[in-house]
Write a protein that binds this ligand. Structure first.
Ligand SMILES: [Zn+2]
Length: 579
């Protein structure tokens, strides 16, 4: 059984020391570190932080031959245990790698644990060492009875799917459907309303359990314990799903305050993140693309299905906040409108299909640049809208996406899923025409008919004007100190036609110094040509931008409850939104 002693060797210089022991190594024992972490589709080359690797068998030093960027061959002799030790530099505050300083330690096994080739199916142990006395540990990996800070997983996949959070953090617990859930919060700088956080998280969990397993008390959840590990920071947002836990990153201002009346926007965002990652315990960690039946840790693992596993999860994350009562219907519709408006302001949706966006996540979504909005579409945002369109279409046929998800869960037994199975289930629920529509939305580049579907579900769709910069096709960073920097120029927009470049710094409009482009509305209108004074490569230039009143970028959607909708539409809305 491979075992790893993970020592917090030097917190001030962010160094873990790992000693791996393999009882019965092969003569030529392959050892390799993953290049990516499941759930985050980018080759991250974790081995770049590994150094000082050496190996021994008893007193004998073992020759290590490096065979590629992340793999070593240990030339062993005889059947005595192999010990491999190395350091890992850990100063990555994201949820995807490892971190160590004097206040906190965090790691994913993919950053620290070499994979012993040929031994992947054996149980794996992790032993923690060198923790300060007042530190605690949060992980969903099972502790070994009778041992302190020793944990065991059934195989390598499981060992690297339980992140560890360590420190003097806040800790709370609740039960959902009788299953213990733990919530830890690191980095909080002031007292926050922990009871509120636990109560809201519990409501979200119960609503999702009801979705997947019905309301009967007998349902067996796919995990025996679940851990939310939230690290709070000044700025940042992220989450990574695991089979029985999630690592979350959110701003401190998102924590609930005692006596908070209406929920703050950052707190609703945090609840949405909690909801999203918990949903993944079913959708992607268990029911998952058949391409992920076995992870290959040495290279990209492509799938065309992230629109389903990330997009539909995104559709459900906010919907679950409504369904569990954390937010009301108008607030839900505002969140939905935000997603819709984001997609409508992405010309790349006419260039790249959702299936392509999924496949290319590794080189496009996870490596965004200034051209991203023109060349790609988010399988999260547009995938969520396809989930919405499918749900509303299913509801017109007296079915629902909830029922479809349960059908798929049962059909796959919580295992691999491919596109044909999804289309077959849609056809069985609502006929072949809808299955064809879904295939079009996923493989084509047309927008799903959302306006008509929303109106058919008792939701009014109104348009309102976007800001001046958005209407011109500019994505900017703006501020009183930084001034106006162009981050993206949207394709086929007035800004593109005027020749504005990414990186241009806009100093003035019509001869007036500005700190935000929309300040120009004080003396101009949305329809009049604007003279821009800008800096490009240290030289001043003047460009004229001619607004286009017919540009779709000039308008965005606002959604509301339509009380004058037909009785059938209102009935569908009650089934969908609960009012
Ligand atoms: Zn996700």
């Amino acid at each position: 059984m491979p075992s790893y002693r993970i020592e917090l060797a030097d917190r001030l210089t962010h160094q873990f020391r790992v000693t791996m022991t393999l009882k019965a190594p092969a003569n030529e024992q392959g050892l390799s570190l993953p290049v990516w972490i499941p759930g985050s589709y980018l080759v991250r080359e974790f081995a770049r932080h590994l150094s000082g690797i050496e190996a021994r068998q008893g007193p004998r030093s073992v020759r290590l031959e490096q065979t590629d960027k992340a793999r070593w061959l240990a030339h062993c002799a005889g059947n005595t245990p192999l010990q491999v030790s190395y350091r890992v530099y850990a100063f990555d505050t994201s949820v995807r790698a490892a971190f160590l300083d004097d206040e906190r330690a965090f790691f994913n096994g993919t950053s620290l644990c070499l994979r012993a080739e040929g031994h992947e199916a054996a149980p794996h142990r992790i032993e923690l060492a060198g923790l300060p006395r007042d530190w605690q540990v949060a992980t969903a990996m099972a502790p070994v009875p009778g041992r302190t800070r020793v944990y065991e997983a059934a195989d390598y996949d499981e060992a690297v799917d339980h992140p560890f959070e360590m420190g003097a953090f806040w800790r709370g617990a609740f039960e959902a459907r009788g299953v213990p859930h733990e919530f830890v919060v690191a980095g909080a700088h002031a007292p926050f309303d922990g009871e509120r956080l636990l109560a809201d998280a519990q409501r979200i969990c119960e609503a999702q359990i009801a979705l997947w397993h019905g309301r009967g008390a007998k349902a067996r959840l796919p995990f025996e314990r679940y851990v939310f590990a939230l690290n709070t920071v000044e700025e940042g947002r992220g989450g990574l799903e695991h089979r029985a836990s999630t690592a979350l990153l959110a701003p401190r201002r998102g924590l609930p305050r005692s006596g908070m009346g209406t929920l703050s926007e950052p707190y609703v965002d945090l609840l949405g993140l909690i909801s999203h990652e918990y949903f993944h315990a079913w959708n992607v960690k268990r029911m998952r693309p058949s391409d992920f039946t076995r992870y290959d840790y040495t290279r990209e693992n492509n799938t065309r299905l992230l629109w389903f596993f990330e997009g539909f999860t995104s559709y459900y994350d906010d919907l679950m906040l409504l369904r569990c009562g954390a937010i009301d219907a108008p607030r839900y519709l505002a969140l939905l409108a935000k997603t819709i408006n984001g997609v409508l302001a992405t010309p790349g949706r006419f260039v790249q299909s959702l299936a392509q966006a999924s496949f290319d996540a590794w080189i496009k979504f996870y490596r965004p640049d200034e051209n991203t909005p023109n060349a790609t579409v988010s399988y999260y945002a547009k995938g969520a809208l396809v989930g919405l369109a499918l749900d509303l279409q299913l509801r017109e046929a007296d079915a629902s996406l909830d029922a479809l998800m349960r059908t798929l869960w049962k059909a796959t037994n919580g295992g691999p899923l491919d596109e044909a199975q999804i289309l077959q289930a849609v056809e069985a629920a609502a006929g072949s025409a809808l299955a064809r529509d879904l295939s079009q939305w996923v493989h084509g580049t047309q927008d799903p008919p959302l306006q008509q579907l929303l109106q058919g579900a008792g939701v009014s769709v109104q348009t309102e004007a976007t800001g001046l910069a958005a209407g011109l096709g500019l994505r900017l960073s703006e501020g009183p100190i930084s001034g106006v920097q162009v981050k993206s120029v949207l394709a086929d927009s007035p800004a593109a036609r005027a020749g504005i470049n990414v990186g241009d710094e806009v100093l003035a409009v019509d001869g007036w110094r500005i700190r935000r482009i929309d300040e120009a509305l004080q003396w101009s209108t949305r329809d009049r040509p604007l003279e821009l004074l800008l800096v490009r490569d240290q030289r001043l230039r003047t460009l004229t931008v001619v607004p286009d009143p017919r540009s779709p970028l000039r308008q965005q959607w606002r959604l509301g409850l339509d009380e004058r909708a037909s009785a059938a539409a209102l009935k569908r809305r009650r089934a969908w939104l609960g009012r």
